[in-house]
Design a protein around this ligand. Structure first.
Ligand code: HEC
Length: 326
């Protein structure tokens, strides 16, 4: 959005620079204002001279000469020399910005933001076509993996579910389906899938991360900590983040029932420990927090991808209070 606005502003500036000469003053050195008058006077005098005699004729002729001199001093304005440099520069800016606008903002496939992503969308489509054509587990996995990497979660789910139909014991598919279920808020089913997957393949770090998230969301802090620790053991990449989660869970296990605790226990998994956003949107600074009734409604009933989070009166009150201070 910001990029679009900047591009637009620069684009308009370039356009302005290119077009400016067109509405500048047409004659930068305007004629001496009296020229027309002088010409007219000269014409009249010349007529008169024909009919005059003696002293008057002399005077008139002298005036004619004077006028002719004055007029001689006048030169038509020289056309301003054409300087191609600024025009070329301005045109360059316009072209560059046009290209920028086209590349980064205008036409794109749904969900895309850059040309790279267009290439990725094409790649994904090719994998999908191949998987659908051959129906081989190998190809379905390739499609599912790439879709998951690119966060095309609908496609990832489709691919991995198809794998499970052909090979119900495929651990990767069981694990990924579990994660995707969790993301779509189906926590109970997700837990079952992930428990099975982690039992079969304890080395797969990502499974431990999400299993920990599920436990934590259910209020089982000890299990969550254990799962996250196994994530670290398995060499998961999000080390710092998960260490943070563990510290937070440990602190909470001792803590009371204040709003922050409720937030960390029930919301942080999706909205981030600092409310900075994650699977769910950023809450810090989110204008919706100014409408506690709306937040209450969303929390108790769920919305879209967000599952309902049942909370008691007191917990809810503390939570809303905490959120209003974010
Ligand atoms: C399982 C993940 C998950 C959990 C847990 C969760 N949320 Fe959400 N939340 C989401 C998602 C996803 C959305 C976006 C929903 C939509 O609009 O489709 C959302 C939306 C919201 C919104 C609306 C934001 C907006 O800008 O419209 C609020 C407010 C919110 N959540 C608050 C909470 C609070 C408070 C908690 C804890 C009690 C919580 N959420 C727990 C995933 C979650």
């Amino acid at each position: 959005m910001m990029a679009t606005l900047i591009f637009l502003a620069l684009f308009l500036l370039g356009l302005f620079l290119t077009l400016r000469p067109l509405w500048g003053p047409k004659e930068p050195f305007p004629e001496p204002p009296r020229r027309e008058e002088l010409l007219k006077e000269l014409e009249v005098l010349r007529e008169e001279v024909k009919n005059l005699e003696g002293e008057e004729k002399k005077l008139a002729l002298a005036r004619v000469v004077e006028l002719e001199r004055a007029l001689e001093g006048w030169r038509p304005p020289e056309p301003r020399p054409f300087n191609p440099l600024p025009v070329a520069l301005a045109l360059g800016v316009v072209v560059l910005l046009g290209v920028g606008l086209w590349r980064y903002t205008l036409p794109r496939l749904p969900g895309e933001t850059t040309v790279t992503q267009r290439a990725e969308a094409r790649e994904l489509k090719a994998l999908q076509d191949k998987a659908k054509r051959t129906g081989a587990v190998e190809d379905l996995l390739a499609w599912g993996r790439r879709a998951y990497e690119l966060q095309a979660f609908d496609q990832a789910a489709e691919a991995y579910l198809e794998v499970l139909k052909k090979d119900p014991r495929n651990v990767e598919a069981v694990r990924r389906v579990g994660i995707l279920l969790f993301m779509s808020g189906r926590t109970e089913e997700a837990e079952t899938f992930l428990q099975v997957a982690q039992h079969a393949d304890p080395k797969a770090a990502e499974g431990w991360l999400f299993l920990g998230n599920i436990y934590f969301q259910k209020g089982q802090a000890q299990e969550a900590i254990a799962a996250w620790e196994r994530y670290l053991e398995a060499g998961g990449e999000a080390r710092e983040r998960v260490e943070g989660l563990i510290a937070m869970a440990k602190a909470q296990a001792q803590g009371g029932r204040d709003g922050q605790t409720v937030y960390q226990a029930r919301c942080a998994v999706c909205h981030g420990a600092e409310a900075q956003g994650g699977i769910g949107p950023k809450l810090k600074g989110n204008p919706i927090l100014k409408a506690p009734e709306a937040v209450k409604e969303i929390v108790l009933r769920g919305r879209g991808q967000m599952p309902a989070v049942p909370l008691g009166e007191e917990e809810l009150k503390a939570l809303l209070d905490y959120l209003s201070r974010l």
